[in-house]
Design a protein around this ligand. Structure first.
Ligand code: FMN
Length: 162
């Protein structure tokens, strides 16, 4: 089965799980990246991200050179920003339309995921959402267990897709 893990990560939590899932289920992996350089410093980085949420709903992202038709299942991973997926996915979903595609969704957050699952189901309506899962700050909370949990979940998703 051809599987892709597509993710965005600002501070590494979603990346940790995306890389774990890709290795665990032998999937290709692709990271969405901002075109504009993100500040590196602690506070300026957080200030930049907050501004992105409220002022820049459709940030420029690097082109993704992928033929999504080649994949049987696509995993999508994002941090929760203001109770929904991070703005680079606004741009991505505007550019890329999916139909009748098997997809599964994972996110990382600080404890308040809001209605992100409803929002992802809405933006991906017309597709087959195999399942959704969330993790609280995996880089800080038992990383190993989170990675193992995400891989187990991903395997269940793939099993359910056949
Ligand atoms: C701009 C911004 C907005 C955020 N909004 C939320 C939120 O609404 N709810 C929440 O629980 N965590 C929120 N967080 C925390 C992140 O979702 C959390 O730290 C996540 O693990 C980050 O994933 P990443 O390391 O892959 O970027 C926010 C973080 C940032 C920078």
């Amino acid at each position: 089965m051809n599987t892709l893990v597509l993710y965005y990560s600002f501070t590494g939590n979603t990346r940790l799980l995306a890389e774990g899932i890709a290795a665990g289920v032998d999937a290709d992996i692709c990271e969405l990246r901002n075109v504009k350089q993100v500040p590196k410093g602690g506070m300026s980085k957080i200030f930049w991200a907050g501004r992105e949420v409220f002022m820049n709903k459709f940030p420029e992202i690097e082109d993704v050179d992928i033929d999504f038709d080649e994949y049987d299942v696509i995993f999508i991973g994002t941090p929760v920003w203001a109770f929904t997926y991070a703005p680079p996915f606004n741009t991505f979903f505007k550019r890329n339309k999916f139909d009748n595609k098997k997809m599964a969704f994972f996110c990382c957050h600080g404890g308040r995921k809001g209605k992100i699952f409803d929002k992802i189901k809405e933006v991906l309506s017309g597709n087959i959402i195999l399942g959704c899962v969330d993790f609280v700050e995996p880089c800080r909370n038992d990383s190993q267990k989170c990675v193992e949990g995400s891989v187990e979940w991903a395997k269940e998703m793939l099993d359910s897709s056949t």
